[in-house]
Design a binder for this molecule. Structure first.
Ligand SMILES: Nc1nc2c(c(=O)[nH]1)N[C@H]1C(S)=C(S)[C@@H](COP(=O)(O)O)O[C@H]1N2
Ligand SMILES: [Mo]
Length: 506
């Protein structure tokens, strides 16, 4: 008499689900550790070769993490089913497999940058739960032969399925409880309670025509919910403002450490600044404009007094990510800041709550560290930040870019508003031109902005004749340099080339 193979597979999947659900709950309750799946997933991401990651990003875009999670779940289910099937033959195979997976979970968790003393606990508990649930289910599973099988066929199968479903339901409840009692919800509560100070230096008033009224055109300010998100974190790090400190140290005369309260007590600036990602393809959406509130970086640097050799300022996040910007550039008069507010709210958790860095004129990967806990003064010669050894350049100026937002595919013949945004942070955008098919470049009308640190909207009134047309845009930056036609890929220092769209007019 042997447990049926399908029942073994189901028992395997259910055991894994319950184990991971309980693991997540334990992780939330202990607070000091990541859930087993997150810890392992994060290490897998780290170990994945760069070309594979690039491929995943190009295929799944910003949905890459969701794709990773779904992919992981499918693989795990298949593996768990296999282990369960093996258990129907020799139980030791299954026990050995659980021990191995528990070991992987523990190893991944304790080697994470933010690992606390309890890091191994969720995986260990998950391992024990997997064994217990698996054992429990296999004892009640339908069998293949013998007298017992006759009864089991009717009552056994139903009871087994019901028990399995109940167990998966229990796992779901564990996950839900874990997410709600966990640190994540504590962070959300703390965020709700943050009261941002009024800026000592408010943003200059926006010009009357900062926004052009064109349907389909990106809004001047990108709402927080629509703002692109790029980070290496599988789940956002939970940083409680009550426990928060920002340590500014390294090669400087006067290292300091500030609490969140102390940071909020400092004079703040509020500025509109466009943030863009070096991975943005021509015409892509990895760019957004927000009103940021924060402490000027120049003030903090003046206080710590960097050594002359400290040409790199490295921001380090709670999850171990690093980004290194030129120290001199952070204090050259531009509005580089340690930001706490975004569009009138505390930073959203996905955008770095409670504190991040923003430097106008630099791509995010070398400057905009989210969940910022440390600023270290060092040199470019002595330290490579996260993306540098992964094939990306040390800081370079943002490339002048322009994008057609509308129309993107179709238009009705007659007057068509061709519109979009253009950006060249810190240099600013002086002109935008549009070309229809192979015609001459025509000047677009620009919105007014108060600084070169934000993007500018533009619109061109096109008298569209029926047929297939191509529209191309190019911008000229504040220094009078026309955006290059030369196409380059995003790596190592940002895509270049003109954005063209094909439009059918009828
Ligand atoms: N901690 C942390 N900060 C980070 C990153 C990250 O992976 N981890 N990614 C950077 C990159 S590549 C960009 S483009 C910006 C994006 O900021 P956003 O997600 O708020 O748009 O954050 C930067 N800060
Ligand atoms: Mo980025």
């Amino acid at each position: 008499m042997r447990v049926r193979t399908w029942a073994g597979a189901l028992a395997g999947v259910v055991s894994a689900a319950v184990a991971l659900g309980v693991g997540e709950l334990v992780a939330a309750l202990t607070g000091a550790a990541d859930a087993p799946l997150v810890a392992v997933g994060d290490q897998v991401v780290k170990a994945t070769p760069e070309p594979v990651k690039q491929w995943a990003i190009s295929v799944f875009g910003t949905g890459d993490k969701l794709a990773l999670q779904i992919g992981t779940a499918v693989i795990l289910a298949v593996v768990a089913a296999g282990v369960g099937m093996a258990a129907t033959r020799r139980l030791v195979y299954a026990i050995a497999a659980v021990v191995v997976f528990t070991g992987l979970g523990v190893a991944a968790a304790v080697t994470r940058p933010a690992a606390g003393p309890l890091a191994a606990v969720p995986s260990l508990v998950a391992g024990v739960v997997a064994l217990a649930v698996g054992w429990f289910l296999l004892r009640r599973a339908p069998v293949t032969e013998g007298e017992e099988a006759q009864d089991m066929r009717v009552y056994g199968r139903r009871r087994f399925l019901v028990t399995s479903i109940a167990a998966v339901g229990g796992a779901g409840v564990a996950v839900a409880v874990g997410r709600n009692v966990g640190l994540g919800s504590a962070v959300n509560e703390a965020r709700d309670k943050v009261v941002l100070p009024a800026p000592a230096s408010p943003a200059p008033p926006r010009p009357a025509n900062v926004s052009l009224d064109v349907e389909g055109l990106s809004s001047y300010i990108t709402p927080n919910d629509d703002f692109y998100r790029i980070d290496t974190a599988l789940v956002t790090p939970n940083v409680l403002p009550g426990d928060y400190t920002l340590r500014i140290h390294g090669r400087c005369a006067n290292p300091i450490e500030l609490t969140f309260e102390e940071l909020l007590a400092r004079p703040m600036i509020e500025r509109d600044i466009t943030l863009s990602c070096v991975s943005n393809e021509v015409g892509g959406g990895l760019v957004g404009n927000a009103r940021w509130l924060g402490v000027p970086l120049a003030d903090l640097l003046a206080e710590v007094r960097p050594d002359a050799s400290a040409d790199q300022l490295v921001g380090r996040s709670a999850d171990g990510f690093t980004a290194g910007a030129p120290t001199q550039l952070c204090a050259d008069g531009r509005d580089a800041m340690i930001a706490v507010g975004m569009n009138g709210e505390p930073l959203p958790v996905e955008h770095g709550f409670p504190v991040r860095m923003i430097v106008p004129g630099l791509y995010g990967y070398v400057s905009a560290t989210k969940w910022l806990t440390e600023l270290e003064l060092t040199s470019f010669a002595d330290f490579d930040a996260y993306w540098i050894p992964r094939g990306w350049s040390t800081p370079t100026p943002i490339k002048t870019e322009s994008r057609i937002d509308t129309p993107r595919r179709k238009a009705a013949a007659g007057k068509v508003a061709v519109a979009g945004v253009a950006w060249a942070q810190h240099r600013g955008v002086n002109a935008v031109e549009v070309r229809v098919d192979d015609g001459a470049w025509q000047p677009a009308r620009l919105s007014d902005v108060v600084s070169g640190d934000t993007w500018r909207q533009w619109v061109y009134e096109w008298d569209a004749a029926p047929g297939e047309h191509s529209l191309t845009v190019r911008a000229t930056d504040g220094a009078g340099v026309v955006q290059t036609e030369q196409r380059t890929p995003v790596a190592p220092d940002g895509a270049s080339g003109w954005h063209t769209v094909k439009v059918t007019v009828d």
